[in-house]
Design a protein around this ligand. Structure first.
Ligand code: DON
Length: 325
């Protein structure tokens, strides 16, 4: 890092100027009062609408954070690209995609629907993520108990985040599990259609999915994960090779086409970057070969994306040439 600094070889050489733009965009988005915090899970309804944080981390480890970047939030659906990445890494894409497709569903994230092969459409919606959890549980180190598997996944996520330690919100987990009629319906519907590998214990698999949604981190931690994805799978903070480049390509492709719920097509058109949102109001945004970004603000638009996060991304594309096309 220091050698590159002396030679001015950073991917964003004028980082101080860049920070000024991020600050302006942060304050503009802060004044937005649109949106409602998610309330379908009682514990999520307790989120504070005023929280707003933005963290960036470049592929060469330059970092900047502004706002509520140290306040923990639950990963929710931002865990979906991470569990998918882990499944690709441990099982390989051929095995994973025997069970789950790569097509946007064009429907809500928790819609009771499978594709024409009777597989979940993709790993970024609930059905696909529940399926990926079953693969991680039943095919990769199947001898592990659920407790051991939880630790195993946590430490994998932590490696993506430069060895930062993630938390777990038990109240959200319990609330999530209590309010999960739709997810159970999806789980049983997939069992009816023999979507899971043999020996899948559905109750364990559902608990595992709720646990992944209830893991906790903050913007500062999540931005490192996004930066690892931006950097071809090598964590810019530890230099550890956490993911193979082909796993990263698959994860980013599906974040690009399916990561923003039913707004994914419009987001791909307007912003042109792979991203994933979660109902806690977090967004992971990847500028490939440049940087990772994490934004967090709980109020959501009717499609479930963070209002401030979306406005921030649209402004980012106006100011910088980051749109893929
Ligand atoms: O209801 C659920 O399954 C959620 N806890 C998942 C959350 C989420 O962010 C929705 N995403 N696709």
């Amino acid at each position: 890092l220091i050698t590159r600094a002396f030679r001015s070889q950073f991917v964003i050489p004028d980082f101080q100027d860049f920070i000024k733009d991020i600050e302006e965009m942060y304050w503009t988005a802060k004044s937005i009062t649109d949106g409602k915090v998610a309330s379908y899970i009682p514990q999520l309804a307790r989120a504070n609408s005023d929280n707003w944080g933005v963290s960036v981390c470049t592929i060469d480890g330059q970092r900047f954070s502004i706002g509520d970047v140290n306040v923990p939030f639950t990963l929710q659906s931002c865990s979906k690209p991470l569990t998918y990445a882990m499944a690709l890494e441990t099982l390989g894409p051929d095995v994973v995609h025997q069970y789950v497709g790569t097509e946007p569903s064009g429907r809500n994230f928790n819609e009771l629907v499978l594709d024409h092969n009777m597989k979940p459409h993709n790993p970024m919606i609930n059905a696909g993520a529940i399926l990926v959890c079953s693969l991680l549980k039943s095919l990769d180190k199947p001898e592990m108990t659920l407790a051991e598997k939880f630790d195993y996944v946590m430490s994998f996520f932590s490696r993506l985040a430069g060895n930062e330690v993630l938390g777990f919100n038990n109240a959200v987990f319990l609330s999530e599990r209590e309010a999960a009629d739709r997810n159970y319906a999806l789980g049983f519907y997939m069992r009816e259609h023999k979507c899971y590998p043999d020996k899948t214990n559905l109750r364990e698999c559902m608990d595992f999915y709720f646990q992944c949604c209830s893991m906790e981190a903050n913007c500062d931690i999540m931005t490192i994960m996004a930066a690892t994805l931006a950097n071809g799978g090598i964590c810019p903070i530890t230099d550890e090779k956490v993911l193979r480049p082909d796993s990263v390509r698959n994860v980013l492709s599906l974040m690009h086409s399916c990561g923003m719920y039913d707004y994914s097509g419009q987001f791909a058109f307007k912003v042109g970057l792979p991203a994933k949102s979660g109902v806690s109001g977090a967004m992971l945004i990847v500028v490939p070969n440049v940087m990772g970004i994490c934004t967090w603000s709980p109020p959501l638009d009717p499609l479930g994306n963070s209002c401030r996060g979306l406005q921030f991304c649209e402004e980012l594309i106006k100011r910088f040439n980051f749109h893929k096309y």
